[in-house]
Design a protein around this ligand. Structure first.
Ligand SMILES: Cc1cc2nc3c(=O)[nH]c(=O)nc-3n(C[C@H](O)[C@H](O)[C@H](O)COP(=O)(O)OP(=O)(O)OC[C@H]3O[C@@H](n4cnc5c(N)ncnc54)[C@H](O)[C@@H]3O)c2cc1C
Length: 542
């Protein structure tokens, strides 16, 4: 078994991991970045549209703060939101330093590059700078266990696919930057490897997870040849008063925005998705119709408020003015994640987390653009904190027994004497089918309980998973993460007996601020899953 040692270990090479790597390296410590994908690619950052919500000046910052809390239905951690909004402009300055071309508009900044696409140009700029700073990389390397000794994280175990070997990494600080869990859903717009591994790793290591029931779905076009882009919230908001009853048409041909109060209230991602999903609830159809054919392409473009929106809609506006299109919701972003504070610290000493793997900033629903701002702002903080912490750690000792049993557990999946063999992709497919059917944005107790039963059965089958090549071993790591996380997500959705943000309970259709203005926190104690409620007033003390 190969052994590596570093001051700071960063897991994940999306924007959050890369930004953290740069900041840690600037502080003069050794940094190792491991990632399942190739450096900076095949992750959400590389697929992102490149739009940042930023604010500058007292009034704008106050507005950004308020908007983030309102969109998050007040479940956000206000200290983290304050950190986000006050440091947002620094993220812009940093990107300018890296040579990224930006369009600055009121409250929004967008990357103007089309080739390579915006997200790739951000990833490339960060990766290039990290390489220049002398960061060590290990690509196609999947972490499958965090090593914790006496409540302190001392590194990780990983599987390197090309070399087909397991690596023990000892580290003075470890940063999880592994992205979210939208791949739990069949319909999603995330790259294939975004399977929530970081949340599963943190949970098993003893960290707290929070707000898992909040998954941001985005309505997107489903017609062949029409790009799937997360633009329908602001496109619908901008055009709703130009078309009688708004552009969305449900069953029986009714225009339905008014039915859900969306003609008079501002459209956010959560209320638009929930209204679409309510239209489809219990029906056989799986999409509604989007109709802007009464408008010319010029009228559509003129309705938009920002240049970045016009740039994204321009290639679509002709088809929008000629054809009715179909729309369904896709899992896009996950608000739930590892509970951290404004310093990116988790409950476990020496373990930090940053980016979409975390929870706290966005509450029950995220404002568009805040995720990229988050990875730049909190990536900086995570890198600083991890590096400064590592400077004070004198030595670390690894627990050989723990490593041995963890490696053996993984190797059991390669045991050729197994008579019954289940393919890991089958487990992944079954898990996502259950979650997609019973834990979509509109859910109820009966369905969620049924989902838990189904997941228990899949779990039994999962013990027969078999890997006869390195690709499959990585699939097994992901299938295990998905299975664990699916149970936790469904349990959280079952626990929250109200409707808020991206979570709509048919059996509890109203928001209940008296009882539910609190986070659902899940952790593991002595091998048992514990669910707690943490009130907003206490959350900063953590
Ligand atoms: C289509 C799309 C468009 C978007 N557009 C915008 C936008 O315009 N503005 C905005 O604010 N937000 C946008 N978002 C959201 C935003 O892009 C993401 O929230 C953000 O990029 C997440 O960054 P991250 O670094 O936390 O995770 P990611 O970029 O997803 O990176 C996660 C990394 O972790 C690695 N990893 C995972 N598990 C393991 C493991 N076990 N071992 C090792 N490595 C692992 C992965 O390989 C990957 O490198 C968009 C999202 C999508 C999907």
């Amino acid at each position: 078994m190969k052994k590596l040692s570093t001051d700071v270990l960063i897991i994940g090479s999306g924007g959050a991991g890369l930004r953290a790597v740069i900041e840690a390296r600037r502080r003069g410590v050794n940094v190792l970045l491991v990632s399942k994908s190739k450096l900076g690619l095949a992750n959400c950052t590389a697929t992102a549209g490149g739009v940042f919500r930023v604010s500058r000046g007292k009034k704008d910052i106050a507005k950004h703060f308020q908007e983030t809390l309102e969109a998050g239905r007040f479940l956000n951690n206000p200290v983290m939101v304050r950190t986000l909004v006050t440091n947002a402009w620094n993220a812009v300055k940093e990107m300018k330093k890296l040579g990224i071309e930006l369009l600055v508009e009121k409250g929004k900044v967008s990357i103007t590059s089309n080739r390579p696409p915006a997200g790739v140009s951000l990833s490339n700029a960060l990766s290039k700078h990290a390489s220049e700073l002398g960061v060590n990389f290990s690509e196609k390397t999947a972490v499958f266990d965090l090593l914790v000794e006496d409540g302190r994280c001392v590194g990780a175990l990983a599987f390197q696919k090309d070399a087909r070997e397991i690596i023990t990494i000892s580290a003075k600080s470890t940063v999880l930057a592994t992205g979210g869990y939208s791949r739990l859903y069949v319909r999603n717009d995330n790259p294939p490897r975004i399977t929530g591994d970081g949340l599963a790793l943190a949970f098993e290591a003893g960290a707290k997870l929070q707000d898992l029931e909040f998954v941001q779905f985005q309505p997107m076009f489903t017609d062949d040849g029409v790009p799937r882009m997360p633009i329908l919230d602001w496109l619908t908001e901008a055009t709703k008063n130009l078309v009688l009853g708004g552009p969305l048409i449900g069953k029986k041909g009714e225009r339905f925005l008014d039915k859900y109060g969306l003609m008079e209230n501002k459209i956010f991602r959560d209320n638009l998705t929930v209204s679409i999903e309510q239209e489809l609830y219990g029906e056989h159809e799986n999409s509604v119709v989007f109709d802007l054919t009464q408008l010319s392409s010029k009228e559509i473009i003129d309705a938009l408020n920002y240049d970045y929106q016009r740039r994204l809609v321009l290639p679509l506006c002709q088809i929008l003015s000629e054809k009715r299109l179909h729309v369904a919701s896709f899992a896009h972003y996950t608000m739930g994640g590892v509970k951290i504070n404004e310093k990116c610290e988790t409950k476990i000493q020496s373990l930090y987390a940053v980016g979409e793997v975390t929870s706290g900033i966005h509450g029950a629903n995220r404002v568009g653009g805040n995720a990229l701002t988050e990875i730049m702002v909190f990536g900086t903080i995570a890198g600083q904190q991890a590096a400064e912490h590592a400077k004070h750690v004198k030595s670390i000792a690894l627990n050989k027994e723990h490593i041995k049993s963890s490696v053996e557990r993984l190797q059991e999946f390669c045991d050729k004497s197994k008579t019954k063999r289940v393919q890991p992709f089958q487990i992944k497919a079954e898990v996502s089918a259950v979650v997609s059917r019973f834990c979509k944005p509109v859910r109820n107790e009966k369905g969620l309980k049924y989902a838990l039963d189904e997941l228990r059965q899949i779990e039994e089958k999962a013990s027969f998973m078999f890997a006869d090549n390195p690709d499959q071993l990585q699939e097994i790591i992901e299938a295990n993460s998905m299975l664990l996380l699916a149970k936790l997500v469904v349990n959280s959705a079952l626990t929250r007996k109200e409707s808020r943000g991206a979570h709509f309970r048919v059996d509890y259709p109203k928001s209940d601020n008296t009882n539910w203005l609190r986070n659902i926190v899940i952790s593991q104690e002595n091998g048992k899953t514990k669910i707690r409620y943490e009130h907003l007033t206490r959350k900063q003390k953590r």
